[in-house]
Write a protein that binds this ligand. Sequence first.
Ligand SMILES: [Zn+2]
Length: 465
Amino acid sequence: MNRMYLIALAAVIALAGAAFWAFNTVLEFEKPSIAVKDDLSTIGQGKALALTVADLKSGIRSVSVTISQDGKDAVLLSQTYPKGTAEEALNIDVNPRGRGLKDGPATITVVAEDHSWLKNRETLTLETAIDTVPPQIGLISSAHNVNAGGTGVALYRVSEEVTMTGLKMGDRFFRGYPFAIQGKPCHIVYFAVPSSAGKGDLKILITARDRAGNESSALLPHLVRGKKFKADKITISRAFIENMSPTFRQQDPRVPTTPLEAFLFINEKLRDENFKTIREACSRTQPKPLWEGPFLRMKNAAPMAGFGEERSYVFEGMTVSRSTHLGVDLASTERAPIESANHGSVVFAGPLGIYGNAVIVDHGLGLCSLYAHLSEISVKAGQAVTRGEALGASGSTGLASGDHLHFSILVGGEFVNPTEWWDAHWIRDNVTGKLSESASQPAAPAAKAQPAKAKAKPKKKKARG
Ligand SMILES: [Zn+2]
């Protein structure tokens, strides 16, 4: 009796289990899900279709993607999957070129089937428009005569709505911002010229990508004036390191306890990390110019070190580390007032590693100024500041050997020589002048753009400080 009961119970459990399994796998009625992230209302060269297909119960059996136009079908993907494939992320090339399709309306169909007995099927239809014509770029500004380590500004027009545009120089990219000259829409880009740039060794491209993913680029004619930067040897004493490292260690327990290792960590690893923080702060730039007129230079201050100086650090007779000085050091009295060089918005205010207490002000369109080693900060991130407004007081916080201001300018997250931005003539010739000169010129087709001719006009050097 008892035994019969047990057998019956086991059978019931087995049946229930089998039914449960069948219901959840082979006999389920749930269709696979198809999720598309991108906007595919228009497709062109370089556009991809990113989609996620999922079937959590019986798994995905197959996925197919087809594009149809005027009764013709082109298969973009046809794939089968083994049992147990619950989710699949796909990135499908939907470039219509070479598939016998022409510009105009088309339909993309995605079909996904699962492994259940019923082969549950989901179909997703996307209406799209094929557009394979890349945006045209017309340069507006001319005579891009730039200095190594300096800033360049270019103005251009694009023939259609773009999702990405800017200036490419090797692996550097500078975003172009929508702008207007006398009510006519165009784009403006500020770019940083590498300190190492010499004559003719830079390839500068203006690029643009439209909504369909078509990309085009145009060479920016330019002329680089090379510049030799000073080399400077700095002797680091054991006492100097032992004096400053406890403060760094308080903020960052990773700072090693042996003097040389501590210095190398601060001067190299921390410097790199601080640069990332600076770039991140500068990326929160506003898409319009906030600044006006020449940037202010710290009042009554003597220059202590210039931009681009190649520093080598000597410890107990050995060169142990190197860095490039990417700003200008200015010294006045101790705890001297520090003012914002121009109108802008504070994007960073606080301790910043080797820069000590630092303030970063955004001036719009990717242009930022940085004030380092402050003893005191009187502004907060998010605050708007005007030209000459107090930011704090000078000091020697961070990696500094005495009370001074380290002043930097950044363009698109790259350090540039600040002296240009102090110079009213440079600003007129290279920035504001370009805007008024461009206002009277029609956009030149990029293909016909001629290389910039060097202006023979010699530039007067101004004595500063
Ligand atoms: Zn400095």
